[in-house]
Design a protein around this ligand. Sequence first.
Ligand code: ZN
Length: 148
Amino acid sequence: MRCIFCRHQNTDVIETRVQEDGNAIRRRRECPACRKRFTTYERVEDIPILVIKRDGRRERFDMGKLRNGIIKAVGKTTVTAEQVDGIVSDVYSKLLGDAKQEIKSEDIGAMVAQQLKTIDKVAYIRFSSVFRRFVDVEEFEKELKKLL
Ligand SMILES: [Zn+2]
């Protein structure tokens, strides 16, 4: 994203947070050229994405819900709230990037699991055992064996 002050080509994201209402991502940005900072918001309302649940029902994608689900699943691990927000916003950006209007809840779970794996193995295992259906069973067992 272009700097709003000096029009420099790109800016660095220094912080990413999911808003309280779960409908927006707030990004704190810094321009590498003029060092000024500003904040941008991405809102879910702009492009509604539907999540297809396992029973076939469809539900509007809700970042707040996803965030709470991850926090609940990872429990007391080294994963911070900021890292969870990072995962949620990454998933959301991917959904927007794919320009698909619908996504299966399993696919979202798999995206989250992949990211947790690189952050904290224990959190990955916890998330995967809560949402076991979301991950490749063989891969899950391999990871579990490595830990035990
Ligand atoms: Zn600038």
